[in-house]
Design a protein around this ligand. Structure first.
Ligand code: IFM
Length: 450
């Protein structure tokens, strides 16, 4: 079978600053909410922190060399707000600008396109101390940070992504409290969601003005949600779950409005009083591409005890990853088709897709992660089916290039194509990395040769 992946398809991998950089107290970096959260006993498994992580701040040359060796033609990274603007406002930190400029220039020299996320969850702690994302001022500060970063790095960045997975930042951080800053206040989370959406829009305006050569998109997490049955209460529960997880973020971006059912559902909180005239137009500013992060399918049924969205997910019906997340590649095709049918014909990049598994290290140090190969093969073929069906898919970024700090799970979950030994910082490409090299070299044809 010939490969459905078009010429020029981006075969990439993704990372994020707090998860890999380390050097938390070096180069003028200020503390972020994740430094505070991770240092709080009981918040992160085994008390792990991002203080050292993969030491990428010092070892990035080795990492970009590995990326080039695999044949990646794109690499998605995030820049750290608390490294670039540690003092809350004003000029960027020159050491941070120098670090990112060197890294981005190296990627360009290697022929690897750079996709840069401005916010991958590492809010400067000083801004959380002033109220964090539930406060409008945080979105306004983000617009300023975006403008300054665009001016400092814009000549070296190919794709910009203002905010990674606004749902996670808002709801895991301010409602569930399992991510930084660890608050448990639903109204605050809803206000945070609006301000993260607004931050996206303000950053788009800033990037258009100050980095006109770059393309601008998103990294929205899209979950495939199905009702457990045809019972009206399950169908309604699935719709609400979809509203809170997907539509609350997709509708503002592509329709310029919050979904009516969500506004009605959350009306008692008063949270949407935070929306001011002009905000929705700002958020819906035209984009050049849409980025989708995808990990989950949830089959949900009504649950009157769930005060948030009145639903609960059934146990997975298929094998799961090391995280316990259901392996269901068809869900990736479904979310891509839905995006294209219901929201936008813009070029789409899968900005994250991948899996953690219990990697076993052989006596010779090698890692034969056949489960990750099978996972990626299934999901990449699903992406291929989406293309055949007419989805304008232009790239696939595997999460992640390296094993890294997996938020509340610390270092216990490994998503990398490349193993990191955290004692020695030795990098070892796993079998999945070698496999991905073949996929890239054949522009996807190798997915169909077995
Ligand atoms: O590691 C995270 C990443 O930071 C955001 N998306 C999901 C990944 C896996 O949990």
């Amino acid at each position: 079978m010939t490969s459905p992946f078009p010429d020029g398809f981006l075969w990439g991998a993704s990372t994020a600053a707090y998860q890999i950089e380390g050097a938390a107290a070096e180069g003028g970096r200020g503390p972020s909410i994740w430094d505070t959260f991770a240092a709080t006993p009981g918040k992160v498994k085994h008390g792990d922190t991002g203080d050292t992580a993969c030491d990428h701040y010092h070892r990035w040359r080795e990492d970009t060399a590995i990326a080039a060796d695999l044949g990646l033609n794109a690499y998605r990274l995030s820049v750290s707000w608390s490294r670039l603007q540690p003092s809350r406002r004003g000029d960027l930190n020159p050491a941070a600008v120098a670090f990112y400029r060197e890294l981005l220039a190296d990627l360009r020299d290697k022929g690897i396109r750079s996709a840069v996320t401005l916010y991958h969850w590492d809010l400067p702690q000083v801004l959380e101390d002033e109220g964090g994302w539930p406060e409008r001022a945080t979105a306004e500060r983000f617009g300023d940070y975006a403008a300054r970063t665009a001016r400092a790095l814009g000549d070296l960045v190919d794709e910009w992504i203002p905010v990674n997975e606004a749902w996670c930042a808002a709801f895991l951080g301010y409602h569930a409290g399992v991510h930084a800053p660890g608050r448990q206040d639903r109204t605050a989370a809803l206000r945070a969601a609006h301000h993260l959406n607004l931050a996206h829009g303000l950053a788009v305006a800033a990037l258009r003005e100050h980095a006109p050569a770059g393309k601008i998109g998103s990294a929205v997490i899209m979950t495939d949600i199905e009702a457990a049955s045809d019972r009206p209460e399950d169908v309604r529960a699935a719709r609400l779950s979809d509203g809170g997880g997907n539509r609350l973020f997709l509708d503002p971006l592509f329709r310029g409005a919050y979904p009516e059912d969500m506004l009605a559902h959350f009306a008692p909180t008063g949270a949407f009083d935070a929306v001011r005239p002009g905000d929705m137009e700002t958020i819906a500013a035209p984009l050049d591409f849409v980025g989708v992060n995808h990990y989950h399918r949830f089959v949900v049924e009504a649950d009157p005890d769930d005060a948030h969205l009145g639903n609960r997910a059934l146990p997975p019906a298929n094998p799961v990853t090391g995280f316990g997340w259901e392996i269901h590649p068809e869900s990736l095709r479904r979310v891509l088709a839905r995006l294209s049918d219901e929201y936008t014909g813009l070029p789409v990049y899968i900005t994250e897709s991948g899996a953690s598994f219990e990697d076993a290290v052989a006596a010779d140090g090698s890692v034969d992660d056949a489960d990750r190969v099978a996972y990626l093969e299934g999901y990449m073929r699903a992406a291929g089916r989406a293309i055949e069906q007419g989805v304008n898919l232009r790239g696939y970024f595997v999460w992640s290039l390296l094993d890294n700090f997996e938020w509340a799970e610390g270092y216990s979950k490994r998503f990398g194509l490349v193993r990191v030994d955290y004692d020695t910082q030795r990098r070892t490409p796993k079998r999945s990395a070698e496999w991905y090299r073949g996929v890239i070299a054949s522009n996807g044809a190798a997915l169909y040769s077995a």
